[in-house]
Design a protein around this ligand. Structure first.
Ligand SMILES: [Zn+2]
Length: 408
């Protein structure tokens, strides 16, 4: 389905602009009018990270007149593998500033508005107000649901993307879209597609699971492609469609996504009529894991002490790292054995642990303490009453005990 252009054209293009955008101007579907619409367009990009990097760079090059950047983070060395809007000399600098400079280097005609803050319920509506279109490059579920709801309340369409390892997804969520005749397109929102966030701990973040750097370009460029179509009215944007990209198979699939009449936000009887508590909606850890970890969490300082006692022969316990083998290759807490979390969930891990009757304590850790809490819930259920997990995991170990090991 095609839609009327979202943005009215600017009055004119300057001689410089005609020269700069000439390869757009000679495409019939863009042309002078389309380029003038881009010039008049205000696009807000959330995140100057994996998806935000290519999105901002191509939106800038395309001549979108006003670009907003929402980003509170600083550039870290581990970002440079994929966040190509930043360079080596930007490490330690605010990402928003670094991104702004890159945008202005690509196209000085773009006006850049920077929001150097973390989006939350207190600021999201003010930040979104006045933008024509949003490009969502966030990497966590709490922010995604908040972006979806805030965009819905303000009737702003947004282009969503997500990436993990070799897999990417993208869609345009525009529940208020009307077709050329002015009738509702019955287009879905993100909640129509994903009514509930995944259980905490089920879907690892890119920081935990990794992401192929170039996948960001594949999905980020789809987002820009769709943004330009929505802004100019060209073609048929993926409203009500979900693009699924598998980089290993080099396969794109397009699925239809219908508006859900029971959607909590955009359905017939909405229950979400204002911003909600997104952190608790998405949960940092599951209830079972939180219960298991309560009173059974030790610090890395305590662990270091316990390891010394074990060395001296005054204490016996087994330290189990529940991360994945490739994470274990990067760094380790000395004296740990590897049994990935999946082995706990399928029950196989129990055979590798000292028996409950042996009296040997089991201590679990992962990268940050989420996965180990999930595994802890499993073994507590199997009778390991004195089992504990390490709060902050190997990240805390490297930060506080052994900075000589690489972080990731
Ligand atoms: Zn919906």
């Amino acid at each position: 389905m095609s839609f009327p252009a979202l943005v009215e054209p600017a009055a004119e293009l300057t001689v410089d602009e005609v020269r700069r955008y000439s390869r757009h101007l000679i495409i019939p579907d863009v042309g002078m009018t389309g380029q003038k619409r881009l010039k008049n367009a205000k696009v807000l990009v959330i995140g100057a990270g994996g998806l935000g990097s290519p999105a901002l760079m191509y939106l800038a090059a395309a001549g979108v007149g006003t670009l907003g950047i929402v980003e509170f983070d600083e550039v870290d060395e581990s970002n440079l593998q994929r966040q190509i809007i930043h360079g080596q000399s930007d490490v330690g600098r605010p990402k928003a500033q670094s991104a702004k400079e890159s945008v202005q280097e690509i196209n000085p005609l773009v006006e850049v508005v920077v929001y150097e803050e973390r989006l939350d319920n207190d600021n999201v509506l003010q930040v979104f107000e006045g933008w024509d279109l949003i490009v969502d490059g966030t990497d966590n579920f709490a922010t995604r649901y908040m972006v979806n709801d805030a965009a819905y309340f303000l009737k702003i369409p947004y282009v969503w993307g997500s990436i993990y390892r070799f897999d990417g997804q993208a869609s345009v969520f525009w529940p208020h879209a009307v077709d050329e005749d002015g009738t509702s397109a019955d287009a879905p929102c993100y909640r129509c597609l994903y009514p509930e966030p995944p259980p905490p701990g089920m879907v690892p973040s890119c920081a935990e699971g990794g992401v192929l750097g170039v996948l960001c370009a594949s999905i980020g460029s789809i987002q820009v492609n769709e943004a330009i179509k929505v802004l100019t009215g060209a073609g048929e944007p993926i409203v009500g469609k979900l693009m699924i990209y598998d980089a290993l198979e080099m396969e794109y699939r397009k699925l239809k996504v219908r508006k859900d009449p029971n959607c909590a936000l955009c359905g017939d009887n909405p229950t979400v009529t204002g911003l909600i508590d997104y952190e608790s909606f998405c949960g940092a850890v599951s209830d079972e894991a939180a219960d298991a970890a309560a009173g059974s969490t030790i610090s890395v300082v305590q662990l270091e002490h316990m390891l010394k006692e074990r060395e001296e022969g005054t204490r016996d316990f087994v330290l189990v790292d529940v991360r994945e083998p490739n994470e274990y290759e990067i760094n380790q807490i000395p004296g740990s054995v590897l049994i990935p979390k999946g082995e706990f969930l399928n029950g196989n891990a129990l055979a590798d642990l000292p028996s409950v009757d042996s009296g040997t304590q089991v201590v679990l850790h992962c990268k940050s303490g989420v996965r180990s809490a999930e595994a802890l819930a499993v073994i507590k259920g199997a009778g390991y009453d004195d089992a504990v997990h390490v709060g902050g995991g190997v990240v805390a170990w490297v930060n506080q005990i052994d900075p000589s090991q690489p972080a990731y």
